[in-house]
Design a protein around this ligand. Structure first.
Ligand SMILES: NC(=O)c1ccc[n+]([C@@H]2O[C@H](COP(=O)([O-])OP(=O)(O)OC[C@H]3O[C@@H](n4cnc5c(N)ncnc54)[C@H](OP(=O)(O)O)[C@@H]3O)[C@@H](O)[C@H]2O)c1
Length: 171
């Protein structure tokens, strides 16, 4: 179901307020997609949406808050006709030595990187299914393939990377 106003389709990008997400939103707009930019920092996504134009909209959403994703999905359906592409990009990196003092950080990372991706996919699933052709893209990391000492919150001896674990689960 491609909206008549959007020849290439409608792309939703989570974590579109900076870095890879903002760059992906720009590229998708340049390729003719109408883009919905999601992130917590509304001022940033609003600025990117205004810059890229082509009907782009900015929607404040936290991927750890399902209600905010449901509200975002409602807006995408109502204002843009439904998503044909979902880019699960929102994420946090946890670098440095692993230890008990990082327990809360580790939990947060799993909530954003893994559960946030699962929840966004689940919330937009009906729009993907309704589309004649849909793509879901998950941004992971090489940290999901190998553990680097001192990187990805890695215990130096065990070779286990908690950042890598969240990425590995996505891969
Ligand atoms: N850059 C790299 O070298 C690299 C390497 C491996 C993997 N990655 C992964 O690639 C993705 C993008 O990375 P980046 O380098 O572009 O990082 P970044 O500039 O820090 O961007 C992260 C994005 O995630 C959003 N975000 C964080 N928590 C969120 C939440 N709870 N709800 C919604 N959005 C949230 C941030 O927006 P708000 O703060 O405005 O919500 C921001 O837009 C991430 O998943 C990252 O872990 C990057």
């Amino acid at each position: 179901m491609t909206d008549s106003r959007t020849p290439a389709g409608v792309a939703v990008v989570t974590g579109a307020s900076s870095g890879i997400g903002a760059a992906t939103a720009r590229e998708l707009a340049a390729a003719g997609f109408t883009v919905a930019l999601l992130a917590r920092r509304l001022d940033r996504i609003a600025a990117v949406a205004e810059e890229i134009g082509n009907g782009a909209i900015a929607i404040e959403a936290d991927v750890t808050d399902r209600a905010s994703l449901v509200a975002a999905a409602d807006r995408v359906r109502t204002e843009l006709g439904g998503a044909t592409v979902l880019v699960n990009n929102a994420g946090v990196a946890l670098v440095g030595p692993f230890g008990s003092e990082r327990r809360d950080d580790c939990r947060r990372m799993i909530e954003v990187n893994l559960l946030g991706t699962i929840t966004a996919t689940e919330v937009f699933l009906d729009q993907s299914k309704a589309a004649a052709h849909a793509d879901i893209v998950n941004i992971s990391s090489v940290a999901g393939r190998r553990a680097e000492p001192g990187g990805g919150c890695t215990p130096r001896r065990s070779g286990v990377s908690t950042d890598g674990a969240s990425r590995c689960a996505l891969s």
